[in-house]
Write a protein that binds this ligand. Structure first.
Ligand code: NAP
Ligand code: MG
Length: 403
């Protein structure tokens, strides 16, 4: 069989620990036998980030701007323990944070739905994709404790000396106060990322905020989404039969619980933080969750939603067998390869991505899975496989599909 050719390189960001082990197995067993893999490789493993003073992370993000599509392995975000473990020169920032700051985007997370792993919410039949705004609000707030009676005010002074003042509270007794902000440009790019992703994946967009209570702040989010939708997306949405729907956040939460799924749920920063954990755990497992950073400039970075699975890695280092779920990492690759194929008009690459996903899901549906899924599956007598044997079982199904 002739291998599939790639015209443009894919930016490949290698990572750490157990996911780095899975990364190599996936490439060796599931990709290289079928594709003339054309990647520009960046080693984001912590040792090499340390060697390059983290320059490699910046280079990888810049390469993503150049080529448009990247696939990333999970990486360690250093803390005190890692400083020692890896003898780090300094406590580097989270690679995801660095990459997001350079690409400026919204993170979309969607569960991988498979027969045998049923969501806790009975009527959810299709995945719910959560789009979390990743700038501002309480994540960039200032707050303090007020310990005696007095006045808290919000004061704005423009560069030319104009002043705006509003009373927050006349405190008669101790209490707390907080100030926070967001940027119109950031809300605009959040809206565009959501609408672009919706057109890409042919899904409706639901957005909720609390504009009845927050008549300026949340109302601005509602207004920006509405304006951008009408001016830039309405026609394209209608052509494709898609819907943009705004309601109050509490109404949206109630509707989400009763819906079938199959839409994008756009959330303000805090709502997204809370609701993505609810959605992912209700769908079964963090290891069955895809994650893609979509920038308003048209760059895409695909990854798994979970971390480096440290405990499994230490077992692996002791020479013990592991049963680590590689599905989200496989889907990071298929997402990136499909997008690369789409941008290059490479049908063979897109078809390959579809087949690899199909092979992965059918392996699980046949009852062959890793331990984390065996614990929650509704299938009778699942066969628990090691990390490697699961990937080899996917290889078997893939071989059959490729013939
Ligand atoms: P984690 O790697 O997601 O693992 C947490 C636990 O979830 C694991 O111990 C394991 O449970 C289970 N799990 C996660 N993924 C799994 C998989 N693929 N297969 C089977 N079980 C899985 O999170 P963490 O332990 O908090 O973080 C470890 C490292 O990852 C940290 O250094 C952190 O900085 C980094 N991290 C990176 C990213 C990223 O790059 N996007 C995201 C999050 C965390 P059991 O041990 O009970 O089996
Ligand atoms: Mg959270």
């Amino acid at each position: 069989m002739e291998k599939i050719k790639m015209t443009t390189p894919l930016v490949e960001m290698d990572g750490d620990e157990m996911t780095r082990i899975l990364w190599k197995m996936i490439k060796d067993e599931l990709l290289l036998p079928y594709i003339d893999l054309n990647t520009e490789y960046y080693d984001l493993g912590l040792a090499y980030r340390n060697e390059t003073d983290d320059q490699v992370t910046i280079d990888a993000a810049e390469a993503t701007k150049k080529y448009g599509v990247a696939v990333k392995c999970a990486t360690i975000t250093p803390n005190q323990a890692r400083m020692k473990e890896y003898s780090l020169k300094k406590m580097y920032k989270s690679p995801n944070g660095t990459i997001r700051a350079i690409l400026d985007g919204t993170v979309f997370r969607a569960p991988i739905v498979v027969k045998g792993i049923e969501p806790c919410v009975r009527n959810w039949k299709k995945p719910i994709t959560l789009a979390r705004h990743a700038y501002g609000d309480i994540y960039k707030n200032t707050e303090f404790y007020v310990d005696k009676p007095g006045k808290v005010e919000l004061v704005y002074t423009s560069e030319d000396g104009e002043e705006k003042r509003a009373l927050v509270q006349e405190f008669k007794a101790p209490g707390v106060a907080m100030g926070m902000h967001n940027m119109e440009a950031s809300i605009e790019s959040f809206a565009r990322s959501c609408f672009n992703y919706a057109l890409d994946t042919k899904q409706d967009v639901w957005f909720g905020a609390k504009d009845t209570i927050s008549k300026t702040y949340d109302a601005k989010f509602k207004e920006v989404f509405q304006k951008i939708y009408e001016e830039e997306y309405k026609e394209k949405f209608e052509e494709q039969g898609l819907v943009y729907f705004y309601s109050l956040i509490d109404d949206i939460v109630a509707r989400v619980m009763k819906a079938e799924g199959g839409f994008i749920w756009a959330c303000k920063n805090y709502d997204g933080d809370v609701m993505s954990d609810m959605v992912s755990s209700a769908f079964g497992s963090l290891a069955m969750m895809t994650s893609v950073l979509v920038s308003p400039h048209g760059y895409y970075e695909y990854e798994a939603a979970h971390g480096t699975v440290q405990r499994h890695y230490y077992r692996h280092l002791e020479g013990k067998e592991t049963s680590t779920n590689s599905v989200a990492t496989i889907f990071a690759w298929t997402g990136a390869l499909r997008k690369r194929g789409e941008l290059d008009g490479n049908q063979a690459l897109m078809a390959f991505a579809d087949k690899l996903e199909k092979a992965t899901l059918s392996t699980i549906e046949d009852g062959k899975m890793t331990k984390d899924l065996a614990l929650i599956t509704s299938l009778k007598h699942p066969k628990v496989l090691s990390s490697r044997d699961f990937i080899l079982a996917v290889r078997d199904s893939l071989d059959r599909l490729m013939k």
